[in-house]
Design a protein around this ligand. Structure first.
Ligand SMILES: Nc1ncnc2c1ncn2[C@@H]1O[C@H](COP(=O)(O)OP(=O)(O)OP(=O)(O)O)[C@@H](O)[C@H]1O
Ligand SMILES: [Mg+2]
Length: 207
């Protein structure tokens, strides 16, 4: 049986990591074999990307697009595909929709970004945490290191790209302006619906 692949997307500070962890915890609590992972990864290429994003100077957008795709290739082959093949649920905090939204907002041709990611396994459920760039920026400015990708103007462009992906049916939007529990409930509604489509039944009530 193939597992279920859930990805969580959205601009910086919208709550992806918070919600991915809550969903992971919730599924584990119900005894469901679930893997929580993220991009960029903690592998060699992922670490290089993280370092470049924290750096002072701008990195050429096309170079970043290629690095993200290489990191993702490694991620898919080593972790995502094997976990899904063994029937696990995989939750991924950012995936290729991030590349489409960010790299194309930084000037890389969208068709090119899609092409270099054509190997990527398609998610069964790709969720967009929809939030205003203003709220998200307010959340991330509390951090010590502000990445150049966190500038509000870029975030607004990225958000528009994500909205386009929703219109294309690539992403399912969720209002993420509310508190953590509120957003968690909305995510759980989508995930539990997917699970019941696969005849996985739950005795416990939603959070
Ligand atoms: N619903 C919420 N309401 C208020 N604050 C929140 C909410 N969800 C998360 N936060 C806080 O906002 C900050 C950003 O959240 P988080 O790190 O989950 O975002 P992210 O989408 O993973 O960001 P990034 O893209 O930069 O990794 C954190 O300090 C987190 O505790
Ligand atoms: Mg995060």
């Amino acid at each position: 049986m193939r597992g279920l692949f859930v990805t969580i997307e959205g601009i910086d500070g919208c709550g992806k990591t918070t919600q991915a962890r809550l969903l992971h915890k919730r599924l584990l609590r119900d005894g469901i074999d679930t893997v929580l992972t993220h991009e960029p990864t903690d592998g060699q290429i992922g670490k290089l990307i993280q370092k470049l994003l924290k750096g002072q100077g701008e990195v050429p957008a096309k170079l970043l697009a290629l690095l993200f795709a290489a990191d993702r290739y490694d991620h898919v082959e080593k972790l995502i595909r094997p976990a899904l093949q063994s029937g696990k649920i995989v939750i991924c905090d950012r995936y290729y929709h991030s590349s489409i939204a960010y790299q194309s907002s930084m000037g890389v041709d969208e068709a090119y970004v899609k092409c270099i990611n054509d190997f990527a396994v398609k998610p069964d459920l790709a969720i967009l945490l929809r939030i205003s760039a203003k709220t998200a920026t307010a959340r991330v400015t509390k951090r010590k290191h502000v990445q150049y990708t966190e500038q509000e103007t870029l975030q607004t462009r990225v958000q528009q790209k994500y909205e386009q992906l929703c219109r294309e049916g690539e992403l399912i939007p969720i209002d993420a302006e509310g508190n953590r529990a509120d957003v968690q409930r909305k995510i759980w509604a989508l995930v539990s619906e997917k699970l019941s489509e696969r005849h996985v039944h739950y005795e416990r009530s939603a959070p």
